[in-house]
Design a protein. Structure first.
Lengths: 327, 260
């Protein structure tokens, strides 16, 4: 990387961090629109889950099943916190790892499928997760799990690193910072992953699995690794979502959400790591803005989506970098 | 004679009622160029896929340095040093030639994939070594000038060389070449023949599956002839040229084109 490009990247990251962690909170404080904390937290969490979907796109699989892992992650955290009395902070990584582990078992057989066949199976997966949540005793069926306590304080050697969320007058504010920090962390990890050797092997697999295996790449294993990371992100997103809502039901994440996770990637641009982040933001607020159009909301929304796919098949970020086809 | 590097024994592949390859046996000696030839539909490609383990044999086995490799996953076979190339349409279209060759160094990694994620010292040393080795391979195959071109923009001749470059990057002991001269004119073929010789001179045993008789006669140390899935002859180019069964198999093809 040349020095000027490196400087540009550092500046872009600084601007992003300043906007997310300083400018937005200040703007919210100035305008009194504290409801935006909740909205923006949702965007951040949906972006994390979409980032996972993006990674499965990166190995050449169209994943319409991320809602399943958001649901599994949400339930895993909720059960650990309510039934077993775990701290939310410990349940969060465990929920993500649980999703990663489960997705390996599911992924081993289904990742052999390509194209539309893989997509169809993942689409069904969301429904399977919902029905499982309805049926299992531990998930409490259709009544779901409610009254989940908010995250407590993190103390290390008697020093309070993070105060308990119950001490805040507006609990949405700490959730916003948590979600934004997780989003930053997850996308930094994704960026690093894609630009490390593993990412290049993923790209090689996407372009030609046979050629990749001819040079010794364990393609079936790496496919499962990519899917596990993807599901981990879905689980993390789902778990924090549940902590905000303080409840989870089998219908908390549905096929609709799975489709949206995929659309977020398309809209932002499949060639860009940060595509899902932008896609989620635009899609979420776009949908809300169209609310004023009443019964035409879905019609206009769908029409714009189709138009965008026709005009900008490589997503919104391709406007910014027309010459660079790769992330 | 030293032990062969590759042993093919009673290799048989049936697709339903069709026997594509029937009890084919031959040895490949270390450091030689061996060509498998035969008329269209003789089963050459199937033999090729059987040896590189992209297809599992119905019966029989392939041994590499005494160890059975047939039936293993293709990437495991590649790791042992049996590496195949593809015809020119099988490339990483969205990558540059140089990136394709760098990524093909995968097997030589000392650092783990997690090491690459965190950018450890070992990982950076690997990255540098791969880049240097890739540049050397590109230069060796005359691709240094087009290293930064997208693979999808390269002309056919360069794509063939790129296929070999990707194969060499995997550090093969034996390189399997899939019709390296197909669709080439006389000039291109001559260059390609030189290329394969140069690869052998690097110490890599070459096994070719090929259609172009003239080129095969020129380049091969030994030739195995397949017809209707059965081996009908094996020997030096001179012996093959004089073999009655081979002439019969190719009957109907003009003498000149088959180099008789």
């Amino acid at each position: 990387m040349t020095n000027s490009r490196r400087a540009g990247s550092v500046a872009a990251v600084a601007v992003f961090l300043a906007a997310v962690f300083v400018a937005i909170p200040l703007a919210i404080a100035a305008t009194g629109r504290t409801d935006l904390y909740y909205t923006l937290s949702s965007v951040a969490l949906l972006a994390i889950a979409s980032g996972g979907v993006w990674l499965t796109f990166y190995i050449g699989r169209i994943n319409i099943g991320q809602g399943a892992w958001a649901l599994v992650g949400g339930y895993a955290s909720a059960v650990l916190v309510t039934t077993y009395g775990w701290s939310f902070w410990l349940s969060l990584p465990v929920a993500g790892l649980f999703c990663a582990l489960m997705s390996m078992l599911v992924g081993l057989p289904i990742l052999r499928l390509r194209g539309v066949y893989f997509s169809m199976v993942t689409l069904v997966l969301t429904e399977v997760a919902r029905l499982t949540a309805l049926a299992l005793p531990i998930t409490n069926g259709a009544r779901g799990i409610t009254s989940i306590p908010t995250p407590g304080a993190i103390r290390l050697f008697g020093v309070t690193l993070v105060p308990g969320f119950e001490t805040f007058a507006n609990r949405n504010a700490p959730f916003y910072f948590l979600s934004a920090a997780m989003m930053t962390l997850c996308f930094a990890g994704l960026w690093r992953l894609v630009h490390s050797r593993l990412g290049r092997l993923f790209a090689a697999m996407r372009q030609n699995e046979e050629l990749a295996s001819s040079m010794g790449v364990n393609v079936p294993l790496l496919r499962v690794v990519a899917y596990a990371i993807s599901s981990f992100l879905g689980g993390i997103g789902g778990a924090i979502f549940v902590a905000i809502a303080q409840s989870i039901y089998p219908s908390s994440f549905t096929i609709n959400d799975s489709v949206n996770f995929m659309l977020n990637c398309f809209l932002g641009g499949l060639g860009f790591v940060f595509g899902p982040m932008l896609g989620t933001l635009v899609l979420y607020f776009g949908w809300d803005l169209l609310f004023q159009t009443g019964q035409y909301q879905l019609l206009i929304y769908s029409g714009v989506m189709i138009l965008l796919m026709l005009v900008l098949p490589n997503g919104l970020l391709s406007l910014r970098w027309p010459s660079r086809g790769r992330p | 004679m030293t032990a062969p590097i590759l042993t093919v024994r009673d290799l048989t592949k049936r697709y339903g009622g069709l026997t594509a390859v029937n009890e084919v046996s031959f040895d490949v000696q270390e450091g030689e160029i061996l060509s498998v030839i035969g008329p269209n539909g003789a089963g050459k490609s199937t033999i090729f896929k059987l040896i590189s383990s992209f297809v599992k044999p119905t019966r029989g086995e392939v041994r590499f340095r005494g160890e059975v490799i047939s039936g293993l996953a293709p990437h495991v076979v590649a790791r042992k040093g049996v590496v195949r190339t593809f015809q020119e349409t099988t490339i990483f279209k969205g990558m540059t030639a140089r990136d394709s060759v760098i990524v093909a160094h995968h097997l030589r990694s000392q650092a783990s994939l997690a090491g690459f994620f965190f950018g450890t010292v070992a990982a950076r040393r690997d990255e540098d070594a791969f880049a240097r080795s890739a540049d050397e391979i590109l230069e060796f195959l005359g691709l240094d000038a087009v290293g930064n071109e997208l693979a999808s923009n390269l002309p056919q001749g360069h794509l063939r060389a790129l296929g070999i470059a990707i194969g060499l990057a995997a550090d093969p002991k034996i390189l399997l070449l899939d019709e390296p001269f197909a669709g080439m004119n006389v000039d291109e073929t001559r260059q390609a023949v030189e290329r394969v010789r140069a690869v052998r001179d690097r110490g890599v045993t070459c096994l070719l599956v090929e259609h172009d008789m003239a080129a095969v006669m020129k380049i091969s140390d030994r030739i195995v002839v397949i017809n209707f899935g059965v081996k009908i002859a094996e020997g030096t180019p001179e012996a093959i040229r004089a073999d009655d069964k081979v002439i019969e198999a190719y009957l109907g093809v003009e003498d000149e084109t088959i180099g008789l």
